[in-house]
Write a protein that binds this ligand. Structure first.
Ligand SMILES: C[S@@+](CC[C@H](N)C(=O)[O-])C[C@H]1O[C@@H](n2cnc3c(N)ncnc32)[C@H](O)[C@@H]1O
Length: 285
């Protein structure tokens, strides 16, 4: 024994130490993330953390491991295993895209505008974010959620079970609309499909490029190939007057709007997100 002992850190000291490391690694919202890590591992709400209180050693040890993963730019949502969306905490794994706050605008539009008793088709459901949040808010509607990735469908199924939505949300494996049966028709089509151009992939932030599934991110033809193909396949499966909404990249609005008009869709409108950027194209069959 050398007589030395390490003093127990306070919560404030632990948070400051983690914050410094994360900031040095280029993590943008380091302060917020450190509070979230301590809160998640301790069960203490982040607003109630007592910075002068002694930190719990097991929380610090576990948190040090999480911070080490975060230093390699793994998204905190994958480390924690869940992410918020609308009223939900959804399970997320590296098999699914982490749902983005912008997509909540799309879900809100569907909750508002789906006709009573209507049927929604969600293409590329991933974690199930859109399908589940809309079905949860609108118990009168039903949803068919399609997804090409078997692994993502398993995550969506666990999220569906977690919120008890097995009766109203159906999940089906499908490459775009290939698995739809003849005559299956819907009142609204929603899709947040991959829309990032292949050329932009290398320049994405490391959290996205190195950890989120590429299958959920990129598409050929400047990112628009999948959305355009879906728009071509959709008409036989849309009731007359059915609504359609696509999430898009901020530079794609006008190109997609023009293409949709040429395909015969009407009332085509480009809508913006919280930052004032073009983010959705909406139209009517
Ligand atoms: C941008 S993510 C969106 C996930 C989820 N809808 C959301 O908003 O968080 C796109 C999803 O489309 C799926 N996908 C990619 N190509 C597809 C295809 N050809 N047919 C169906 N789904 C596809 C991906 O696996 C991924 O889950």
């Amino acid at each position: 024994m050398n007589g030395a002992f390490s003093a127990v850190e306070t919560i404030g000291e632990v948070l400051a130490r983690w914050r410094q490391m994360l900031m040095a690694a280029g993590v943008e919202d380091a302060e917020w993330e450190c509070a979230l890590i301590y809160s998640e591992l301790s069960g203490i709400r982040h607003t109630e953390l007592q910075r002068a209180a002694a930190a719990a050693p097991e929380v610090v040890a576990h948190g040090d491991l999480w911070v080490a993963r975060r230093l390699r730019r793994e998204p905190l949502q994958y480390i924690m295993g869940h992410a918020p969306f609308m009223d939900f905490e959804l399970e997320v794994t590296p098999d699914v895209l982490i749902p983005r706050p912008e997509t909540e605008l799309l879900a809100e539009a569907l909750i508002r505008d789906l006709p009573h008793g209507g049927r929604l088709l969600d293409v590329g459901t991933g974690s199930g974010a859109i399908a589940l949040s809309v079905a949860y808010a609108r118990s009168d509607i039903t949803v068919l959620a399609l997804e090409v990735s078997e692994a993502a469908l398993k995550v969506a199924a666990r999220n569906r079970a977690r919120y008890g939505l097995e009766q109203t949300v159906m999940l089906r494996r499908s490459d775009l609309l290939a698995a739809l049966e003849e005559g299956e028709q819907f009142d609204f089509l929603a899709a947040n499909l991959p829309y990032i151009a292949e050329e932009e992939y290398a320049g994405l932030q490391p959290e996205v490029r190195d950890f989120e599934p590429k299958l959920a991110l990129t598409a050929p033809e400047d990112g628009l190939a999948l959305i355009l193909e879906l728009a071509r396949q959709a008409p036989p499966h849309l009731k007359p007057g059915a609504g359609v909404i696509f999430e898009i990249g901020w530079r794609q609005g006008q190109t997609l709007a023009k293409a949709l008009r040429r395909m015969g869709y009407c009332e085509v409108a480009v809508l913006r997100d919280y930052s004032g950027l073009d983010r959705f194209v909406r139209c009517v069959r």
